[in-house]
Design a protein around this ligand. Structure first.
Ligand SMILES: Nc1ncnc2c1ncn2[C@@H]1O[C@H](COP(=O)(O)OP(=O)(O)O)[C@@H](O)[C@H]1O
Ligand SMILES: [Mg+2]
Length: 233
């Protein structure tokens, strides 16, 4: 068992399950690799480097999908940065047992903070992490700032793939903002949780900002530790 998985098990908070680290040969891990392949196909034509993961509502598996996709892409040799851009309900620090005193909010909020000061090692080869940082009063404004635009530009130079773990698209505008500045967007749908109306609303909100929706990740309802399954779109 890796240190990350061990640290996760001690926590009662909302760390998500890193099945792709805990059990690389499980069917769920295989499904994440299938999703990776599908995304890679979409990446061939275009220079796709920044990816937004969102869903219509809460608890549909955005953070689970972001973290596990980041791991399987890193395993394929790409230099990957997972950014916790859900500054409202952050999970990356908990999931990877990291300090969150500095992160995206710090970087966007102060000109003095440098990128290298907020990127942390994950313990997984090729995978780097940016936690959310302390909860700011104005997440949407920070994400819509010029500094965010510059940051995305800089990250594209430094990494092969940047994955943004976002809040739900229907409740707040954060995911719309980042999707409009990113190369691709993936919508997570969770069995028995996602509502049809909300899904349609999510799609139209993303289309409104010309997000490049690459597809849907269907997150099965079964327990993730217990032969749960994922389908790529
Ligand atoms: N397929 C699944 N089966 C069981 N539990 C899941 C599944 N997908 C996600 N979860 C759990 O549901 C909760 C919410 O998932 P999370 O990825 O944090 O969602 P979001 O980021 O969309 O709010 C977490 O505790 C996570 O471990
Ligand atoms: Mg989340």
């Amino acid at each position: 068992m890796t240190n990350i998985v061990r640290a996760q098990k001690k926590q009662k908070t909302k760390a998500v399950s890193l099945i792709t680290l805990a059990d690389k040969s499980s069917p769920i891990s295989e499904q994440y690799r299938t999703i990776r392949t599908n995304i890679q196909y979409a990446m061939v034509d275009r220079d796709l480097k920044t990816l937004v993961i969102t869903s219509s509502g809460p608890s549909e598996g955005k953070s689970t999908t972001s973290a596990n996709l980041a791991i399987v892409f890193a395993n394929s040799g790409k230099r990957v940065l997972l950014v916790d851009a859900d500054m409202r309900k952050p999970t990356v620090a908990k999931t990877f047992a990291l300090d969150n005193t500095r992160g995206l909010s710090t970087l966007l909020g102060s000109r003095e903070t440098m990128l290298h000061q907020v990127v942390q090692n994950s313990g997984v080869d090729n995978l780097f992490l940016m936690t959310s940082g302390p909860k700011p009063p104005n997440p949407s404004e920070l994400l819509d700032s010029r500094r965010m635009q510059e940051l995305i530009h800089e990250l594209k130079h430094q990494y092969d793939l940047v994955i943004f773990d976002m809040p739900p698209v229907v409740a707040v505008t954060d995911a719309q903002i980042v999707a409009s500045k990113s190369d691709g967007t993936i919508l997570v749908v969770r069995e028995n949780v996602s509502k049809r109306d909300s899904l349609l609303k999510a799609k139209s909100l993303l289309e409104m900002v010309d997000a490049n929706i690459l597809g849907v990740v269907y997150n099965g309802s079964k327990n993730i530790e217990d032969q749960g399954y994922y389908y790529g779109s």
